[in-house]
Design a protein around this ligand. Sequence first.
Ligand SMILES: Cc1cc2nc3c(=O)[nH]c(=O)nc-3n(C[C@H](O)[C@H](O)[C@H](O)COP(=O)(O)O)c2cc1C
Length: 225
Amino acid sequence: MKLDQAIQERRSIRGFTDEPVSRELLEEIIALANRAPSSMNTQPWHLHVLTGEPLERVRQGNTERMLGGVPPTREIEDYGAYQGEHRKRQIEIAVQLFEAMGIERDDKERRQDWVMRGFRQFDAPVSIVVCFDRELLNNTIAHFDTGAMTYGLVLAAWSRGLGAVINGQGIMQSPVVREVANIPEDQVILTCVALGWPDDEFVANSVISRRRPISNTARFLGFDD
Ligand SMILES: Cc1cc2nc3c(=O)[nH]c(=O)nc-3n(C[C@H](O)[C@H](O)[C@H](O)COP(=O)(O)O)c2cc1C
């Protein structure tokens, strides 16, 4: 698949078939993601690839804690609720997804079920826990570098017909993920990626999120017109 096509057509996939993803294919994708640029070539990222029993334990642990009322926690600084334009965009994509799924505004049960799907890693056959070196915890550039690698990972997956969603919810019961995946103490959990073969019947997979026009995101200085 051409790069432009992968960038243009990629979207977050939140419904997967049960078909497993081979370790060989995952290694191929990770090797590509590993080519991401990083500040001074520091390559601060670490990936923990879960499937089968360990992934089931994460799903279970996350679900039990959420239903038990344990407040979600992350290992990076919590940025709080989005405001203003950011909040508007957050609501816009939520409305698109709920409309596609036929979830009504006041249907608390199905809304809750949707949230819990995120904590279950969207029932994907694979979850990749994305970490970086703890000594760079307060170095914003390390977050940037790890994010760049993660986007490469998602694109490499897409170009092979796999679907993925970068899934903050999946690590928001971070003690569960840390314990089950046995994350070394010198690494910080940043996010995870739920990954697998897209379920074409899952309607939310067709949702195309909107983007600001480039006239709103970019300025051009020193050009003729
Ligand atoms: C850092 C990060 C965290 C995300 N966490 C979640 C999440 O917890 N749950 C979810 O459904 N989508 C999550 N997403 C996916 C975004 O909602 C999605 O990328 C955005 O709405 C744009 O849609 P698209 O990926 O289909 O283009 C996350 C994306 C990023 C980059």
